[in-house]
Design a protein around this ligand. Structure first.
Ligand SMILES: NC(=O)c1ccc[n+]([C@@H]2O[C@H](COP(=O)([O-])OP(=O)(O)OC[C@H]3O[C@@H](n4cnc5c(N)ncnc54)[C@H](O)[C@@H]3O)[C@@H](O)[C@H]2O)c1
Length: 283
């Protein structure tokens, strides 16, 4: 039997064509889980060029891929800045599938507008980062944990952090604060939920080759009059040069560890924050 047969996984931010969320959804589905995919309605005017060229439809496209492989997937739109929508999301997933066993908090605020000195950072941008990257994972944990506790069969909560969960970087104070906060949530929730056999862990990637959205990269491409792909490939090359293993992560590198932490062999691991970064950061 597949290790996650009969389990249901809810994955946020699952709609990117090269995103970490899609890779996690495919990994968990291939291990036998039914997957609930959620994302905000994506603004196609700021979608990565590869997605536009492919006619990519976000979580609907991921669900179609999963169904083609014989898996079970359902889509739920949710804006994670809206508390009520998060509560409705968790209720809808539980109604559709009858349970939630695995929650993966993967979504994040689109980066770019945060990449300024703390002295110039808009309070609204700070609040948006905290809302999407920290408060939404708290609310999802709260509501999903209630369903897991009621079922009485344990559960897995996996938060996608960052190298910036452990080491801040210049011009990223909102992102770093939100991702440090996620580690506090991971440890605290692990303690609160341990008696229910619900584990809570974090996975902390270094740079990932996701074609992620970045307002800053879009602005740079416009300013230099070059395609966004060129700005992006330069950024990937520069990031790879900083990694001892000579490349940045692919989304599948992150999904592999999430798949392990979601599975039966990881039942005694909780409150931890594991790096996946090719040797770039050790603590
Ligand atoms: N890409 C990297 O280099 C990198 C590095 C370290 C950590 N990470 C982490 O990995 C995870 C996935 O990264 P990625 O590059 O695949 O993501 P991404 O930047 O492409 O976006 C993640 C998803 O979040 C969704 N999202 C944005 N605003 C939302 C909202 N208001 N409500 C609901 N969903 C919303 C987006 O639509 C997208 O699907 C994130 O938690 C990120 O912090 C990524």
């Amino acid at each position: 039997m597949a290790p996650l047969e009969g389990k249901v996984a809810l994955i946020t931010g699952a709609g990117g064509m090269k995103g970490v969320g899609r890779a996690i959804a495919l990994e968990l589905s291939r291990q036998g889980a039914a997957v609930a995919l959620t994302d905000v309605a994506r603004d196609h005017t700021v979608a990565p060029p590869l997605e536009m060229a492919a006619g990519w439809k976000g979580i609907e496209s991921v669900a179609a891929e999963i169904r083609r492989e014989g898996g079970r997937a359902a889509c739920f739109q949710c804006d994670l800045t809206e508390r009520e929508q998060i509560e409705v999301l968790v209720g809808s997933v539980a109604n559709e599938f009858g349970r939630i066993d695995i929650l993966v908090n993967n979504a994040r605020a689109i980066i770019g507008r945060d990449q300024v000195s703390v002295a110039d950072l808009d309070a609204e941008v700070w609040e948006r980062f905290l809302k999407i990257n920290t408060t939404a994972p708290f609310l999802l944990t709260k509501y999903a944990a209630r369903i897991m506790i009621e079922k009485g069969e344990g559960g897995r909560i996996i938060n996608i952090g960052s190298d910036l969960s452990k080491q801040a970087r210049r011009f990223a104070v909102a992102y770093a604060a939100s991702k440090f906060g996620l580690i506090g949530l991971t440890q605290g929730a692990a303690l609160d939920l341990a008696e229910h056999r619900i584990t809570v862990n974090a996975v902390c990637p270094g740079s990932v080759n996701t074609d992620r959205l970045s307002y800053a990269e879009q602005a740079r491409a416009e300013a230099e009059g070059v395609p966004l792909e060129m700005i992006r490939s330069r950024a990937v090359e520069a990031a790879a040069a900083q990694v001892p293993m000579g490349r940045i992560a692919e989304s599948e590198d992150i999904a592999g560890l999430v798949g392990f932490l979601a599975g039966p062999q990881a039942g005694f691991i909780t409150g931890q924050a594991y790096n996946v970064n090719g040797g770039q950061l050790f603590h």
